[in-house]
Write a protein that binds this ligand. Sequence first.
Ligand code: DGY
Length: 322
Amino acid sequence: MARPVVVVTRRLPETVERQLAAAFDLRLNATDVPSTAASLAEALREGDGVLCTVTDRLSADVLATSPRRARILANFGVGFNHVDIAAARAHGIVVTNTPGVLTDDTADLAMTLLLATARRAGEGERLVRAGSWSGWRPTQLLGTRVTGKVLGLVGFGRIGRAVAARAQHGFGMTVLAYDPSLPPGAEAAPGVRQCATLEALLSASDFVSLHCPATPETRHLMNAATIAQMRPHAILVNTARGDVIDEAALAVALEQRAIAAAGLDVYEGEPTVHPGLLRLENVVLLPHLGSATAETRRAMGECALANLVAFFSGTEPPNRVA
Ligand code: DGY
């Protein structure tokens, strides 16, 4: 019997590509060039399934491709805001993601950004590389202490919880959480005080780290008004999705020192970064590295593979989101 055709939109770790090739008639993107709307439409015409990533904009228009052969989009990643889920449902296209396997690495990266911004690691690194370091000085690049401070988590799902554990047990931080999807209660988890409003969390935190999904409700959740609710010495960290922050408003707030610093791994218009941010010293900018470890990328691939195998063998994919 002919094996299902699976189109893979980006290069994946070699071992994952080998496992996929053993199970499917695989069409790889040898050049690793990001897909356009036209190439995604072609993938939907060619494959029984498409293994896509965060760089693929699967809009309603693209999903309306006709004739279409694809019946499943197996996303390589937990976030799926790049897929128009309502359109996928309307066309009867199954969508899966890869939750769980990237929790720890993404939480580690949130802590990396928190520490790097607090301790001005980006500025220090630039100084040394520029050959401008003239030696140790008691007043050079003084940052702010992390240990014992208050961390506010916006979104308290898997990754938010993993960040809370690191902050509490590794850095003795007091952790607050705001997540409207949590049942009301004093504590979101042992030792994690739940805030009833975003404002209550922002106004009480020394550090704020975002861990909510990108939805119409969370778009620009952090905007000029909400950033103004943060404390002037506070630091904002984002490893969730760029859309959650109004980047133009953040650039203004950072420039005017309305907040102390920001650490960003994700952007509104990736790979473009707001030019106002690129100019500033008090922001650490990473290129969407949250899940970027060899171990996790392999696990994400194996998770996407498991979803495809289940779907094409007629069983429910373990991580179906639509
Ligand atoms: C995720 O899994 O959502 C990461 O951001 C990569 O897409």
